[in-house]
Ligand binder design. Structure first.
Ligand SMILES: [Zn+2]
Length: 241
């Protein structure tokens, strides 16, 4: 038997059909590529939004004082329920537990019973206590001009607004509420920390919400550390030389 050689097959096709097919194929590739990219981009955005919830600012603006007798203001007045009347004579700074208006001073200088500074007496201080709202320890070395206050808040601490509106004049209420603003993630359960710092000399109020971890109050350098419901404040007397 003779072996028959197979001839290759050829088709006669119009040039326009060949070009048409080539161009259609190219267009199809482009459509698939662009479409895929668009879908991926959209998924990226959707996932991104879920991962990063919005950060919102919580403020206490617009709170109105209900205090009738301004002379009884816990910060600038003479209420015998506030220790500010005594501390106002000090040149130093303090910490206020706002829910029970308990005032602690940083033992950075020595004072006599009248609130006058006693120079040349070097004392180490160490006190602690529990007010019901906070547990605290206070220590300081006057000769070094350094002091520390550690505060433990209750586990479910929450700012008592009535305490502030009923016992502060409008001016002092504005100062305190301005110090309380803080940032939190949307849906995050986070409350304002019911604490602030006070300059006994100027009666200015300074924040303890974690937004500013360190700053100067006149000649006093403040460092604030947070750990859940514990707050540690270090204070250093650093006058300019
Ligand atoms: Zn006041």
């Amino acid at each position: 038997m003779r072996y028959k050689k197979k001839e290759p097959k050829y088709y006669l096709v119009r040039a326009t059909v060949v070009w048409g097919a080539a161009i259609s194929f190219l267009v199809l590739l482009i459509v698939i590529f662009v479409g895929n990219k668009w879908i991926l981009n959209r998924e990226d955005k959707e996932i991104g939004q879920e991962d990063r919830p919005k950060t919102i600012e919580v403020t206490f603006d617009g709170m109105e004082s209900e205090l009738q007798d301004v002379g009884q203001c816990y910060l600038c007045g003479n209420s015998n329920k506030s220790l500010m009347g005594y501390y106002r004579k000090f040149d130093t700074i303090g910490l206020i537990s706002l829910n029970d208006w308990y005032v602690l001073d940083f033992p950075l200088k020595n004072y006599d019973g009248e609130g006058n500074e006693v120079i040349g007496k070097n004392t180490n201080y160490m006190t602690s206590g529990n007010t019901g709202e906070i547990m605290y320890t206070c220590d300081g070395t006057v000769s070094r001009g350094m002091a520390e206050i550690e505060v433990t808040l209750t586990e479910d601490y929450k700012l008592n607004r009535d305490m502030l509106t009923q016992n502060l004049c409008q001016g002092c209420l504005d100062k305190v509420t301005a110090s309380l603003k803080y940032w939190k993630k949307e849906n995050e359960k986070k409350e304002a920390i019911p604490l602030c710092l006070v300059d006994f000399d100027t009666l200015e109020i300074y924040p303890m919400q974690g937004t500013y971890p360190a700053y100067f109050i006149r000649d006093y350098w403040i460092k604030i550390g947070f750990d859940e419901n514990e707050v540690e404040v270090e204070a250093f007397y650093l006058p300019e030389r």
